[in-house]
Design a protein around this ligand. Structure first.
Ligand SMILES: [Zn+2]
Length: 253
């Protein structure tokens, strides 16, 4: 094979590997944003659950104050009982006490309902905090793994770049310029194999005489359609133990 062609194939392998490494690095900010978004969503659920717990506790405190006020009022009613002179006053006072007791009982029912509700709100808050903590742990682990990957990919890119620098002198400057131009215009793929007379990059069938020339691997030839530099790989030979040429006779009954 022409030395420049061998070098171009090696260059393409290095460039493809570098593209893959760069793509993985470029995908990382989006992955980090997704981790942040998952954390924010879990924190919103925690904040909402905590707001319910706090609102419930505040409502209970208000009702408990109301109950204390009623207790104070009822104590005063009891004190007044001693000073009551007429039956009418006594009945009026008893009525006040009944009203106060009914109100207190209603408030106490509401407090009990709020306490029941508080149990489910507290349990929802605990669950939400558990989810948030789990996501934080997962995000920390994923970020740490991403940092390790990023360092490894940076090192790989540096190594690929130095391998590329070492490989380029074997390619004549004009061909290298053409190759680099193709690399930019053809989405990072400048060199393609020809298989069964087709360019494997654009899948166009090559003209027979181009196919014949490419098969020789002794010159730099562009694809008829995409202009990528073509090379030919000899297909693997037949397996060592070939099946017999004649099919087996049909089994007789
Ligand atoms: Zn092509």
């Amino acid at each position: 094979m022409l030395e420049a062609l061998t070098s171009l194939i090696a260059l393409q392998a290095l460039d493809t590997a570098a593209d893959a490494a760069r793509r993985r690095i470029n995908d990382m900010p989006a992955a980090e944003r997704a981790l942040d978004a998952a954390m924010v969503a879990a924190k919103v659920v925690v904040d909402e659950a905590r707001a319910k717990v706090e609102a419930n506790a505040a409502a209970r405190r208000t009702l408990e104050k109301d109950v204390a006020t009623i207790d104070g009022r009822m104590a005063k009613f009891e004190e007044h009982k001693a000073a009551v002179k007429t039956n009418q006053e006594f009945q009026a006072l008893n009525h006040e006490i009944e009203v106060a007791q009914t109100t207190k009982s209603t408030l106490e029912d509401q407090i009990l309902a709020l306490m029941d509700e508080a149990d489910s709100f507290n349990s929802a808050l605990k669950d939400a905090e558990g989810v948030l903590a789990g996501r934080r742990r997962a995000a920390d682990a994923e970020r740490a793994a991403m940092n390790v990957d990023r360092k490894a990919l940076d090192a790989e890119l540096a190594q690929l770049a130095s391998q590329r620098t070492a490989a380029t002198p074997a390619v004549p400057a004009a061909i290298l310029a053409k190759h680099d131009q193709l690399l930019k215009s053809r989405k990072g793929l400048a060199v393609a194999a020809m298989v069964a007379g087709h360019c494997t990059a654009c899948h166009v069938r090559l003209r027979p005489h181009v196919e014949q020339q490419v098969r020789r691997n002794d010159s730099i030839l562009p694809c008829d359609s995409c202009q990528r530099i073509l090379y030919y790989v000899t297909p693997p030979g037949p397996p060592a133990n070939d099946a017999p040429a004649d099919p087996a006779p049909p089994a007789t009954i």
